[in-house]
Design a binder for this molecule. Structure first.
Ligand SMILES: Nc1ncnc2c1ncn2[C@@H]1O[C@H](COP(=O)(O)OP(=O)(O)OP(=O)(O)O)[C@@H](O)[C@H]1O
Length: 374
């Protein structure tokens, strides 16, 4: 499924027409138009997309959620089960159909703040590494906020690229599979589809701005929940920060704002504070990258030839189940003799594959998934 998703997300236009069932708009771009953002943004957005695609299951954290700032007057809730959130029964059914038994660490704290019950919904800035359940959390917030009987946009969600927007749509599709009256549409370049009765609009900032101010298909005054995902990717594109802020400024006072980011550098923080007023800030501490059961060694090599020999010696003398070899430049990755040597010491039993920017994103995604599934 992930391989398919990658191939689908990484492929060039035209995009497959089987879009989220709850969408109703079919292929949101239809025209096969290229992406909106500049090349630098595409790089960070693509690594973000790759992260999403490889995290087909929850990466639970051993760390506690840190709450950095909070309204001293609001009580702090945390839940241990989805039942405690008083969700609509169709939604709870959707959550369980996705195989979620209990909220993840970040969801335990974030969900009670984001949902109307058990307390009132609050503005939130949340940071955690990829795969901890952020997307699922804000999708749940959107689906529980929408009034299916009302046929106009009620939730806006901004993502930096079309592909990332589509990933969010996929989660809405799955989680909202029993909410028959909830529909979602995509404000992305090339989608000229008129809004009919969709309550959730996911889009990239430029096109969303266009829909809100130029085409006026979204009545901003009726938006009750605004989500900005991948804030760290968003700020890499100057125009996107400005457009997101313009959208946010036009939202009604009582509109709830949720902002999510994988990293939390100063620039993200400054941007987040412009978007979200009086936020509660929650942060899941960065997981240690070096595990205690890993021993590290290094070899001193005087030149490339020695490095190559050292590599072959390591491979020839110890049993290696799986390995990743990083090269400084892509030309080294493609050096046939390294690949051939490694394949021969592996006695042709296992595969050795290359991945570099010489390859398309789709091929790189497939290679990575191949490694993970070996
Ligand atoms: N409570 C949960 N129980 C079990 N699985 C979950 C739960 N919440 C999320 N997941 C699953 O974990 C994976 C990662 O979740 P999600 O995409 O929401 O994380 P994320 O923090 O947004 O990461 P990314 O930015 O990479 O998407 C998904 O496959 C999702 O279906």
């Amino acid at each position: 499924r992930a391989a398919e998703a990658w191939a689908e997300a990484g492929c060039q236009a035209p995009v497959k027409s089987s879009r989220p069932r709850v969408c109703g708009t079919g292929d949101p771009r239809g025209t096969g138009a290229r992406h909106e953002p500049a090349p630098s943004l595409v790089d960070v957005a693509e690594s973000s997309l790759l992260n999403k695609l490889i995290h087909t299951s929850l990466m639970e954290s051993s760390h506690h959620v840190e709450i950095l700032q909070q309204d001293p007057n609001s009580p702090l809730f945390s839940v241990k089960s989805f039942e405690e959130l008083h969700l609509k029964k169709e939604l709870l059914q959707g959550v369980y159909a996705m195989g979620f038994n209990r909220p993840s660490t970040i969801q335990e704290t974030a969900l009670p703040m984001m949902l109307p019950l058990p307390c009132r919904p609050q503005n939130l800035i949340a940071q955690s590494q990829s795969g901890k359940g952020k997307t699922a959390a804000f999708v749940l917030a959107m689906l529980s906020r929408v009034n299916g009987a009302e046929k106009y946009p009620q939730c806006l969600c901004l993502a930096p690229t079309y592909e990332l927007a589509l990933q969010i749509g996929h989660v809405i599709e799955k989680m909202g599979q029993f909410c028959a009256d909830i529909r979602v549409t995509y404000a992305v370049q090339g989608n000229r589809g008129a809004l009919r009765e969709e309550q959730i609009v996911i889009g990239t900032p430029g096109t969303m701005l266009d829909w809100c101010f130029k085409r006026r298909v979204v009545n901003m005054k009726r938006i009750s929940l605004f989500v900005l995902d991948e804030a760290d990717v968003m700020i890499d594109h100057q125009g996107f920060s400005y457009q997101s802020i313009r959208i946010q400024r036009a939202l009604p006072r009582g509109c709830q704002m949720l902002l999510f980011s994988t990293t939390f550098k100063e620039t993200v923080w400054n941007f987040a504070m412009k978007i979200v007023s009086n936020p509660i800030i929650i942060k899941l501490r960065q997981e240690e990258l070096t595990l205690s059961n890993i021993r590290q060694y290094y070899f001193v090599c005087r030149n490339r030839e020695e490095k190559y020999e050292a590599l072959c010696n390591i491979y020839g003398s110890i049993t290696i189940g799986q390995a990743m070899i990083f090269c400084q430049v892509k030309q080294l990755v493609c050096q046939e003799r390294v690949v051939v040597s490694l394949q021969s010491v592996e006695q042709q039993q296992q595969t050795c594959c290359k991945s570099s920017s010489c390859l398309s994103h789709a091929s790189r995604g497939v290679t990575l998934l191949q490694l993970l599934n070996t």
